[in-house]
Design a protein around this ligand. Structure first.
Ligand code: NAP
Length: 449
């Protein structure tokens, strides 16, 4: 049984789940394929009411769903509640706008008669999702494709099976037809087999470079459309005219949210030299105030990491960075609690030949860099193999925007927390992957145009 909930705060095995069988896989594909053909004969708008119902049920069961996610992967209970609400917002958005956004697009042509682009469903999709936002990651794919009429099979992370089962149940309880979303506790080989099946038309993966490369290889071999939402080591650029207190207030929240395990959580803080020393002092003061503890307890402000494996990986990266010349400005001390905690840590003096310079540190570790001009900040921000998000802080929004536009990344915000909303496209460039989820782009990611 590869799928298990091990509470990362208590380290207790909560529940193990049986592996998917060959019969379950066949049923999931066959039911999805049947539904695809049924949906082709139904208007897009007819699915909106069910999607609204899914949103309503998520809201109604928010506390219980939040508890399940927190027990699965350790995030603060309040953050889990926020995640459930965000899922409901996404579902409502596509229910309200999906049909309109999928209207045929007229083409004006002088050389032919009336022409238009239709945005039609293509068939069953496979989605492979990570543990860090165990509901939101599913909803990013489910809501648009439910409206389009592409039934979905879910392979969730092996450490968040409770959330996967709870989400599938919410979809079923809302009255969605069988096959709309089928959760399978599938192995990697079974995922490959599903992708290869001629009834399956695409795969959306969110996860690591390693996972993305493997799944994209299988998709490529079978000529299946795919989208890859991978990691990030995004820049948080503090320009010389920034309000320091505002910058630090954004910085610590960005880095600590979800125990730092967010693809778009900025990991590299690139600070103008006139603000650098004070920035470090204030960031340290913010980190010092954080209280580790039970993620269900409202007094806790820093959650454990999602698993022992994740904690060990991050600790190994910190050790490697330090052995390579990085300095620990704050943190990197053990936390005397049984859970998988990493103390929020600030590293400085990381140079490009440090073995960790290009790696994503997926946890509460801030790397802080000093620069002496906007050009140097942009160059350092772009000296990355990844490009997912980013934040620029400046007292002059236009100045911030000018710098932001020069950063090679998917999504960049000026003077704002990086927010994820259904109307905004989500995705990256370079090693952060390709394709976009959410917005109209996410709606047509797997359509026949
Ligand atoms: P991961 O190991 O790639 O796992 C993600 C999902 O892929 C899991 O369901 C995993 O299953 C599955 N998987 C991995 N290899 C596979 C294979 N060969 N065949 C089929 N399925 C496979 O990712 P992670 O390290 O847990 O997640 C964190 C990473 O995700 C970070 O790099 C983070 O930045 C990135 N992320 C990106 C976004 C985005 O939107 N761009 C959002 C969140 C996270 P198992 O659990 O069974 O291994």
């Amino acid at each position: 049984m590869a799928y298990k909930t091990v509470n990362p705060y208590t380290n207790e095995l909560v529940k193990a789940y049986p592996d998917a069988t060959a019969a379950e896989i066949e049923t999931a594909i066959a039911t999805g394929d049947q539904l695809y053909h049924q949906w082709r004969d139904e208007p897009v708008a007819s699915r909106a009411a069910t999607l609204h119902k899914i949103a309503a049920l998520l809201r109604e069961n928010k506390d219980e769903l939040a508890r399940i996610a927190t027990v699965d992967m350790g995030k603060l209970y309040t953050e889990s509640q926020g995640e459930v609400e965000l899922c409901a917002i996404i579902a409502d958005y596509y229910a309200d706008h999906g049909a309109e956004l999928l209207q045929p697009t007229p083409i004006s042509s002088r050389n032919t008669g009336d022409a238009e682009i239709l945005h039609q469903a293509t068939g069953v999709l496979m989605m492979v999702e990570p543990w860090n936002f165990p509901y939101y990651q599913i909803m990013r794919v489910l809501a648009p494709n439910f409206m389009v009429g592409n039934p979905m099979i879910l392979k969730h992370a092996s450490n968040t099976p409770g959330s996967a089962a709870a989400f599938e149940k919410a979809v079923q309880d809302a009255g969605a037809p069988a096959g709309s979303l089928t959760n399978l506790f599938a192995s990697y080989d079974q995922v490959s087999q599903i992708i290869a099946d001629p009834r399956v038309q695409g795969v959306a993966l969110t996860g690591s470079k390693r996972g993305g490369q493997s799944v994209a290889e299988v998709a490529g071999k079978n000529l299946k459309k795919n989208s890859m939402e991978l990691g990030g080591s995004d820049a948080f650029v503090v320009l010389s005219d920034a309000d320091l207190d505002k910058a630090v207030d954004l910085a610590w929240r960005v880095r600590i949210y979800n125990a730092g395990q967010v693809c778009t959580s900025d990991k590299r803080f690139i600070v103008a030299d006139n603000l650098y020393d004070e920035f470090l002092k204030k960031l340290k003061a913010s980190f010092e105030k954080l209280v580790p503890g039970d993620p269900m307890d409202p007094k806790t402000t820093i959650a454990p990491m999602n698993s022992q494996r994740a904690k060990e990986k991050l600790q190994g990266q910190i050790d490697k960075a330090v052995a390579g010349g990085a300095k620990v400005y704050y943190g990197n001390q053990p936390i005397d609690l049984p859970g998988q905690f990493i103390q929020p840590t600030i590293l400085t003096d990381i140079v490009p030949d440090n073995p960790e310079f290009y790696d994503e540190m997926f946890g509460p570790v801030a790397q802080v860099f000093k620069v002496s001009s906007d050009e140097e900040a942009i160059q350092l921000a772009n000296n990355s193999e990844l490009g997912l998000g980013g934040i620029v802080v400046s007292n002059d929004a236009q100045h911030g925007r000018t710098v932001a536009e020069k950063i090679e990344t998917g999504m960049v915000f000026v003077n704002s927390f990086l927010v994820s909303l259904p109307e905004l496209p989500f995705g990256g460039v370079k090693g952060s992957g390709y394709g976009r989820e959410m917005s109209q782009l996410g709606l047509t990611a797997f359509t026949n145009e």
